[in-house]
Each structure stands twice: as structure tokens, then as C-alpha cells.
Design a protein around this ligand. Sequence first.
Ligand SMILES: [Zn+2]
Length: 173
Amino acid sequence: MQAVGTDPDAVRYLINSHLHFDHTGGNALLPNARLVVQRREWEAGQRDDEIQRNFFFPGDYRTGQDVLQVDGEHDLFGDGRVVCIPTHGHTPGHQSLRLRLDDGNVVLTGDACYLRRTLDELRLPNLAADPEQMLASLQRLRALRDAGARIFYGHDPDFWATVPQAPREIVLR
Ligand SMILES: [Zn+2]
């Protein structure tokens, strides 16, 4: 972030899709940000049985920031540009992020959709807290894709090879 001129201490919001280590391991690096997470995910992250079942590491997300727990869809700034959308299933309260950029919509799916193929074939991975909910979430993401949103598949190396890396800007068309 410093390399592209952004001071980590000045970041105001940190949105976690879910509490797995590879999505929260950097939380401590943004000490002044308000953490935005689905309430049901945050609550699962405080319960010993859910921590074990979901392989959470509380040290990654209990890092002292103020926590904004949201329920379902949440328009962060009230202008439709940054909207948390519930995509539960991979974990109890996984969320995705819909961004309205000047040239179109982007959806950051985190682990709700690892690969393009996951969405094309509606094929679930072996690891899902609630497979039925995860399938419903994939169907929601598919509807967003059908409506023209560009989907960012969380862990698809072929997809990520096509995405410009910072400081280059993402241009949709
Ligand atoms: Zn995950």
C-alpha cells in the first residue's frame, strides 16, 4: 500500500469477506480501520465450537479495531458504490462485495466462488460450512454475472492472470 501511496494508518474501512486466515491475516496492518463483517460470521468467530469447525484463527481478527457487524446486504456509504452482499455457505456468514465502478459493476466473491468453473458448473468444493447455502449463493452470483457484473473469482489463477496489478487501474471495458 505504501508503494502505491496509500498510508495503511489512514485506511478507514476494512471489509472481511469471512474470517479464514488467508482473508484476515493482514487485519493488524490496518490498525485505524473499522472492520466490516457479517454479524453471523463475527458471532461464529467468537464461539469455540465454530472456531474449530471453521478453522478460524482468532488472533487474525481479534486485532482491536472497531467492528461494524452487518446483517445481509449493506450499502457502506449509502450511494450504492460499495455494497456488502451476503453469500453465506463457505463459512456461516461469508459476504461478497459489489463495487459500482464508473465503467461497470464488479463483484469480489472471496471464497464464495473459488474458480470460474465453480460458477459455470455450480460445482461445490469439498469444504463448505453449509453446502445448500453455498449453492444458493452461487446462484445469486450467477444472476449478477448474467446482469453484466464482472465476477472476481477468489482463487482462480487463470482469472487473476488477466487482472492488472496495482498500481495499474482495473478497467472493465
Ligand atoms: Zn475461506
